[in-house]
Design a protein around this ligand. Structure first.
Ligand code: XMP
Ligand code: MG
Length: 186
């Protein structure tokens, strides 16, 4: 057992479960967008691993870009404030107007982050806008918000791995797990 595995109390989704589910969602996106060329926007940093697998599960022409937005900081609860790139098109390196946008996120929690990001993207007049999240913590929702695509529902537990961090660590775990409470209550 590695140094990081030791801090995981329970595995929620194995590598194989993640692989299968990401393939399913990629197939659905490929069908839904078969006559379009979507621009997928990953929210950094948590979506980076998910994005790289999802992208390869899609078999139609598509492009990617990334945007930084965060509401958690170094804690295990949302700060209630979203920090994001000011000049979106500059950060993306591409225009949004007329594009079919799919936002790719790691976890949809209170929905503060994604509702803020979507509002700003809508101002730039995309042809369409959908949201794809790896995990959905519905019990935590403070804003009415639904993901168009999601891989997994999760309970109100602090999860890490497969790109998702605790204080910038654990992103490199190939599976998704729950941290031992003593790790973040220290
Ligand atoms: P909101 O509340 O804005 O939060 O929907 C979404 C962001 O919060 C982060 N988040 C987590 N990060 N483990 C994490 O490492 C978690 O259990 C967790 N829950 C939410 C996440 O980065 C997401 O972008
Ligand atoms: Mg995130």
């Amino acid at each position: 057992m590695s140094k990081i595995d030791e801090n995981i109390g329970r595995v929620l989704f194995s590598e194989e479960q993640i692989r299968n589910r990401v393939l399913e969602i990629g197939k659905r996106i490929s069908e839904d967008y078969k006559d379009k060329e979507p621009l997928m926007i990953g929210i950094l940093k948590g979506s980076a691993v998910f994005m790289s697998d999802l992208l390869r599960a899609i078999d139609i022409p598509c492009r990617i870009a990334f945007l930084t937005a965060r509401s958690y900081g170094l804690n295990t609860t949302s700060s209630g404030k979203v920090n994001m790139d000011e000049d979106i098109e500059r950060a993306l390196g591409t225009k949004v107007e007329g594009e079919h946008i799919i936002i790719v996120e790691d976890i949809l929690d209170t929905a503060l982050t994604l509702s803020t990001v979507c509002e700003k993207i809508r101002e730039l007049k995309p042809a369409s806008l959908k949201v794809c999240t790896l995990m959905d913590k519905q019990v935590q929702r403070s804003i009415d918000f639904k993901a168009d695509y999601k891989c997994f529902d999760v309970e109100n537990e602090f999860v890490v791995g497969y790109g998702v961090d605790y204080a910038e660590n654990y992103r490199n775990l190939p599976y998704i797990g729950v941290l031992k409470p003593e790790i973040y209550s220290k």
